[in-house]
Design a protein around this ligand. Structure first.
Ligand SMILES: Nc1ncnc2c1ncn2[C@@H]1O[C@H](COP(=O)(O)OP(=O)(O)OP(=O)(O)O)[C@@H](O)[C@H]1O
Ligand SMILES: [Mg+2]
Length: 457
């Protein structure tokens, strides 16, 4: 059975101390102190979860004791201040110095009981959150990858195992699951960690430029090649090269990439000889690459070359135990970035987060909490402030019925906008849901922009 929480009663009147002790000793392990000095000595010796602290005391005042308690410990007890002589200033002082609440004598036992109950709930929450924060700090070494679910532990073990090999890693998994973080963790756990880590997003670079980006070019190799430039493979020499969204490269580049992976040497565009490169390649995709091979969209040989070590990153739905830790981390970071004190997440809000399906995975959770932090006003996020329901509402309002005068193009545009709204503007995920390439989606978005439409995200 869990032991009773400890409560220290600090008051210079013995009668008050005894009265309080009699009332609460069933629920709490009680200690009493008649002065501030005694109180600090008891706390030093045995600690306490709760302190009822009278402000006017002989010797050092209750307010000084409060300050001392707050500065001594990283996890100070919950302090409830008590006074017979209330002033606005003392109340404000108490709360600013970290007291949980402020009661004016005489108060009913009922009032104190309610206050203690609320304090207890808050303490439980803080305790849970503190434990989670501790784990958050200890997982910095995995490129900041958080999560202690079975699936995440397995993933981290896999990363450690493969990090020091030279084998090409193919990271698969839905959009926003953390593939890029995994790639970085692989680099940081390898002997190559002091070497360069170079990332290229294959989906974001126009086809015509990708070859030069990857392999570099000699001076004068094409019209704009005014100087010689090294490509990503050369820049990553001795380190790791991340080919992000590798399935977005077109077939002719796929063939060139295959050759480089086989030969481990590159030739700059316009170059005359080959250059040996020592690069560990990690590739990611959020598409069904096997299906793409079957459909003839992705070269089978290249697939085998990349898929030497397959690692699948699970969706957030499959590891909802991790949501609490991730949520606290994102809230803490958003608060810091927005210059506000760290907010907690209330129990009901946390439950709601854990139940949510998160189609956009960790990225969606991250964006959603950032928005909640900015929009909320209290010191703890409530279910209402998460606004998860509202997202569902948006989903409904964009689902307007097809009108008689709608063209196929109108419907396409509406579907695209709807998917973009649903994914919070995540193009990779939206493209995946629409069954088109990110490149195609990007072209369409550019088209809509020129027509003056506002694009979600
Ligand atoms: N385990 C995790 N711990 C902390 N943050 C995470 C974790 N997983 C993902 N994130 C954060 O979520 C966001 C998305 O992660 P990342 O970019 O790695 O996803 P991805 O799988 O590469 O997505 P996409 O396929 O859309 O490129 C990033 O901001 C990342 O820092
Ligand atoms: Mg990515």
């Amino acid at each position: 059975m869990k032991s009773r929480p400890r409560m220290l009663i600090v008051d210079d009147e013995q009668a008050t101390r005894e009265l309080l002790r009699a009332d609460f000793e069933k629920q709490y392990a009680i200690r009493c102190a008649g002065s501030g000095e005694d109180a600090l000595a008891v706390l030093e010796r045995e600690g306490s979860e709760i302190v009822l602290l009278d402000i006017s005391l002989p010797g050092i005042s209750g307010m000084d004791v409060l300050r001392e308690i707050q500065s001594r410990s990283e996890e100070p007890p919950t302090v409830i201040m008590i006074t017979a002589d209330p002033t606005v200033k003392s109340a404000v002082d108490a709360l600013q110095n970290g007291a949980y609440d402020y009661l004016v004598k005489p108060f009913s036992m009922e009032t104190l009981r309610t206050t203690l109950q609320r304090a207890g709930e808050r303490m439980r929450l803080l305790h849970e959150n503190r434990n989670l924060r501790r784990t958050i700090r200890s997982s910095r070494k995995f490129a900041g990858m958080l999560g202690s679910s079975g699936a995440m532990q397995q993933l981290k073990r896999d990363i450690e195992k493969v990090a020091d090999t030279r084998g090409t890693v193919l990271l698969t998994g839905e959009s926003g699951t953390g593939k890029e973080l995994c790639a970085r963790a692989i680099h940081e756990h390898s002997m190559r960690r002091s070497g360069p880590y170079v990332r290229i997003n294959c989906a974001a670079i126009p086809e015509s430029l990708l070859e030069a980006e990857l392999f570099g070019h000699e001076k004068g190799a094409f019209t704009n090649a005014i100087a010689r430039r090294e490509g990503m493979f050369e820049l990553a020499h001795g380190g790791t090269l991340l080919l992000d969204e590798v399935t977005e490269i077109d077939p002719s580049m796929q063939a060139k990439l295959l050759r480089v992976l086989q030969e481990r040497e590159i030739m700059r565009i316009g170059g005359k000889h080959t250059i040996k490169v020592d690069v560990r390649v990690v590739a990611t995709t959020n598409r069904d690459i096997k299906q793409m091979v079957r459909d003839g969209e992705f070269k089978e040989d290249l697939y085998y070359r990349l898929n030497v070590i397959p690692i699948h990153v699970p969706s957030l739905r499959e590891r909802s135990e991790d949501v609490a830790m991730l949520a606290l981390h994102f809230v803490e970071r958003s608060c810091a970035e927005n210059n506000r004190p760290i907010m907690e997440i209330t129990g009901p809000a946390m439950k709601m987060l854990a139940k949510h399906p998160w189609p956009g995975n960790v990225r969606e959770l991250e964006n959603s909490l950032e928005r909640s932090v900015i929009l909320s006003e209290g010191d703890a996020l409530t279910p209402e402030e998460l606004r998860l329901e509202e997202e569902d509402a948006v989903r409904v309002t964009v689902t307007s019925p097809a009108q008689d005068d709608m063209t196929l193009r109108d419907m396409e545009r509406e579907l695209i906008l709807r998917r973009l709204t649903l994914t919070g503007g995540n193009r990779t995920r939206a493209a995946e849901m629409l069954g088109i390439s990110v490149r195609t989606l990007r072209n369409k978005i550019n088209q809509y922009r020129t027509e003056g439409l506002t694009i979600p995200g």
